[in-house]
Design a binder for this molecule. Structure first.
Ligand SMILES: *[C@@H]1O[C@H](CO)[C@@H](O)[C@H](O)[C@H]1NC(C)=O
Ligand SMILES: *[C@@H]1O[C@H](CO)[C@@H](O)[C@H](O)[C@H]1NC(C)=O
Ligand SMILES: *[C@@H]1O[C@H](CO)[C@@H](O)[C@H](O)[C@H]1NC(C)=O
Ligand SMILES: *[C@@H]1O[C@H](CO)[C@@H](O)[C@H](O)[C@H]1NC(C)=O
Ligand SMILES: *[C@@H]1O[C@H](CO)[C@@H](O)[C@H](O)[C@H]1NC(C)=O
Length: 315
C-alpha cells in the first residue's frame, strides 16, 4: 500500500491523538496504602540541610508520620530544641517502592510544609544522578512563592525560552553541573501554588505527565473552577488531552528526553537550610540565621507538614 505524505500526517496525528494521552490507573493510594507504597530513607542529606532523616520506626514513635481519615501526614519534629552539637531537626524522606517510565501521577495535597528555613519537595529521580534525570514537581524554600518546577539532567539538555505553558522560565539549561545546579526551572504563575497561600486556600492538585517526548506539570488550586473531572475524582482511566495548558512544559525540542531520563522513583522530603534554603535565608525576610532559627524555635515548625488526600498513578 502506498501512503502519500498528506495521509501519513493525518494518520500519525490520529494515532497520537487517540493513543497518546490516555492512561490506565496502576496505583490508587491514600492513607495507609500511600505509606505502604513508599519506604523511609534515613540517609544524610546531600544538600547539607540542618536535618536528620529518620527511619520508619522513629517516624512512628515520634509521630512524624500518621494516617487518619484515609489521609497521610508527614511532618518534622516541632517540640525539640536542638543544641549546635545535636544532629539536625528530625524529618522525613520517603521514596516510592516502584519506578515509573511513561506515567501520570496526580497528587491531591491538602497542606504542604511551611516556615522559615523549610525546603520541602515532591520530586522524581532516576538512577545514577544526574544521568537518568531529576524532575522537581513541588519545591521551594522559606515560604517564598510561587512554586518552582524544574529538571536536572546530564549535559546537552536545554529548554526553549518560549513555550506553551502558563508558567515563567527561570532557567533554560537543565545540565546539573551548569549554573550551580539551578536546573531549567519554571515558576508557576500562581502564588497559591506554594507555601502559606497554598495552605490557606486548602491546597490543590499537582500532576506530572512524563512521556519520552515531553514532561508536563499541571497545578490546580483547590478552589479553581477548572479542575478536570478526572483529576478531581480520579477513576480507573484518564485522558490528559483535555487538561489544558500545563503550568510547566518541558518538550524534547533541544533535549532528547528518552536518553536523559530513565525510570523514575517518586521522593517526598523536607529538609531545612542547606544549599538552597540556607543560602537565600536572609534575603527571604526570615529572622536570625537559618541554623539558629531551626535549632531554637521548634514551635515554628508546627506547620511544617505535608497532608496528602491521595496519590493516583496512571501508566
Ligand atoms: C531533599 O529535597 C531537596 C529538594 O528537592 C533535594 O535537593 C535534596 O537533595 C533532598 N535530600 C535528600 C536526601 O533527598
Ligand atoms: C531506627 O533509627 C533509630 C535511631 O537512629 C535506631 O536506634 C533504630 O535501630 C533504627 N531502627 C531500624 C529498624 O533500623
Ligand atoms: C507573588 O509572590 C511574590 C513574592 O513571593 C511577589 O513578589 C509577587 O508580587 C506575588 N505575585 C502576585 C500576583 O501577588
Ligand atoms: C481524549 O480527549 C480528547 C480531547 O477532549 C479527545 O479528542 C479524545 O477523543 C479523547 N480520547 C479518548 C481515548 O477518549
Ligand atoms: C545533543 O542532543 C541532540 C538532540 O537534542 C543530538 O542531536 C546531538 O547529537 C547531541 N549532541 C551530543 C554532543 O551528544
Amino acid at each position: 500500500m502506498r501512503i502519500d505524505f498528506h495521509s501519513f500526517v493525518i494518520l500519525a496525528l490520529a494515532v497520537t491523538m487517540t493513543s497518546s494521552a490516555t492512561y490506565q490507573r496502576s496505583s490508587q493510594l491514600a492513607g495507609q496504602s500511600f505509606l505502604n507504597a513508599f519506604k523511609f530513607q534515613a540517609i544524610s542529606d546531600p544538600t547539607n540541610g540542618r536535618v536528620t532523616y529518620v527511619n520508619e520506626s522513629t517516624a512512628k514513635a515520634d509521630k512524624l508520620v500518621s494516617v487518619a481519615n484515609n489521609k497521610l501526614t508527614l511532618r518534622a519534629d516541632y517540640t525539640t530544641k536542638l543544641s549546635s552539637s545535636d544532629p539536625g531537626r528530625k524529618s522525613f524522606r520517603i521514596m516510592s517502592n516502584s519506578q515509573y517510565e511513561t506515567h501520570v501521577a496526580i497528587f491531591d495535597i491538602a497542606h504542604m510544609p511551611q516556615g522559615c528555613g523549610t525546603w520541602p519537595a515532591i520530586w522524581e529521580v532516576g538512577a545514577n544522578w544526574p544521568n537518568e534525570g531529576e524532575i522537581d514537581i513541588v519545591e521551594g524554600v522559606n515560604d517564598k512563592t510561587p512554586n518552582t518546577c524544574s529538571l536536572h539532567t546530564s549535559s546537552n539538555c536545554t529548554m526553549p525560552s518560549s513555550r506553551a505553558m502558563s508558567g515563567t522560565v527561570s532557567g533554560t539549561n537543565c545540565y546539573a553541573y551548569a549554573n550551580g545546579n539551578a536546573g531549567c526551572g519554571v515558576n508557576i504563575n500562581d502564588n497559591k501554588s506554594y507555601g502559606p497561600p497554598f495552605n490557606s486556600n486548602g491546597g490543590g492538585w499537582y500532576a506530572i505527565e512524563k512521556r519520552s517526548t515531553y514532561i508536563k506539570i499541571f497545578f490546580w488550586e483547590r478552589t479553581s473552577g477548572s479542575v478536570p473531572s478526572d483529576v478531581k475524582s480520579p477513576g480507573s482511566s484518564i485522558n490528559t488531552s483535555h487538561w489544558g495548558t500545563p503550568a510547566a512544559y518541558f518538550p524534547d525540542t533541544y533535549c532528547d528526553l528518552s536518553t536523559h531520563f530513565g525510570a523514575q522513583n517518586i521522593i517526598i522530603n523536607l529538609t531545612f537550610c542547606g544549599d538552597w534554603a540556607g543560602s537565600v535565608y536572609s534575603s527571604s525576610g526570615c529572622p536570625s540565621t537559618c541554623v539558629d532559627y531551626v535549632n531554637n524555635n521548634p514551635s515554628a515548625f508546627k506547620n511544617a507538614y505535608f497532608e496528602f488526600n491521595s496519590l493516583n498513578i496512571y501508566e
